[in-house]
Design a protein around this ligand. Sequence first.
Ligand code: SF4
Length: 204
Amino acid sequence: MTFNETLNCLSSTDQQMVGQILSLFEGVDTQTQTFCQETGLRCQKGCGDCCTAETIETTLTEALPLAVYLWSKDLAQQALDAIEARPVHETCIFYRPEGLNNGEGFCSVYPYRFGVCRLFSFAARKDKYGSLGLVTCKHIKENQTQEYKEVEQKLQKKDAKAPMLSAYALSVASIDPVHGQMLLPVNQAVKQAIEKVGFYISKH
Ligand code: SF4
């Protein structure tokens, strides 16, 4: 089945939700690209270290486009088996380590990755005192120290615009008030999304 044929199995509400999430992802990508161009911050080539964290969370809602893709490619059962074989708080099943150095690797479902995967390193949040700070990785802090410090200073002076994690989370929650606010360990969100799409397919 194609992506669209699989999508057509879903209820019209859920089809709409998938479309809205994909548009949101597109908007986030535009925002982060602009931010990177303006600040000079960028990921190191071949680095996938942030995907090796065991604390990555997302929502079922954001995992729906990926679940549609996996069913369309007949990869859903394989993904469920991989999730089943891992503890709940484990690294994302879609990360593929590569190269000789730790942290080198890539995302095997890149076009369908979640908001956190798109925003991490290039988005800001307010601390408890209301000050803006960049949510970024150790490699950027260590290897692009000058650019990182400049961004932090500008954010504190409200002199730079960065994608906001809180605004993104609100967008997801407004697209799906039921599941859009419920953060789950990444593989569990994928599991639930695969099961949801699978339910529709079985009824079709
Ligand atoms: S979906 Fe891709 S980018 Fe996101 S954590 Fe998994 S491997 Fe990394």
